[in-house]
Design a binder for this molecule. Structure first.
Ligand code: AMP
Ligand code: ZN
Length: 114
């Protein structure tokens, strides 16, 4: 999608710090990290919100979670623990309308989340 920040990062038109990429997803460091490890796992396909997912996207969502788990393990957080978050629409604080899975690790996480 032409006017989408994450599509532009995936296309290389805007710089992002890429920490993983494969056929399905690109993972970048969050520009405003909320934990020592804060990575965004972004599908190459533009999907605005998780409300827009269809059964055809099931494998893609699985790939996003497996990429998050692999990155968490790679950084030494698999056993210690980490959090994965999808924000959807305004009350959840979604600010970029191309779905992305937040991976946060390296500090204790509060529950319930804010
Ligand atoms: P959300 O609020 O769930 O839509 O998350 C969007 C995330 O994208 C926020 O955590 C931002 O800090 C992050 N972000 C915004 N612009 C950039 C950028 N240019 N590069 C990397 N992360 C970004
Ligand atoms: Zn996009």
């Amino acid at each position: 999608m032409s006017d989408c920040l994450f599509c532009k990062i995936i296309a290389g038109e805007i710089k992002g710090t890429i920490v993983h990429q494969d056929n399905d997803v690109v993972a970048i460091e969050d520009i405003n990290p909320q934990a020592p490890l804060h990575v965004l796992i972004i599908p190459r396909q533009h999907i605005a919100t998780i409300n827009d997912l269809t059964p055809a996207n099931d494998a893609l969502v699985g790939s996003m979670f497996r990429a998050a788990a692999a990155l968490a393990r790679q950084h030494g957080y698999a056993d210690r623990g980490y959090r994965t978050v999808f924000n959807c629409n305004s009350e959840a604080g979604q600010s970029v309308f191309h779905i992305h899975l937040h991976l946060l690790a390296g500090r204790p996480m509060l529950w319930p989340p804010g």
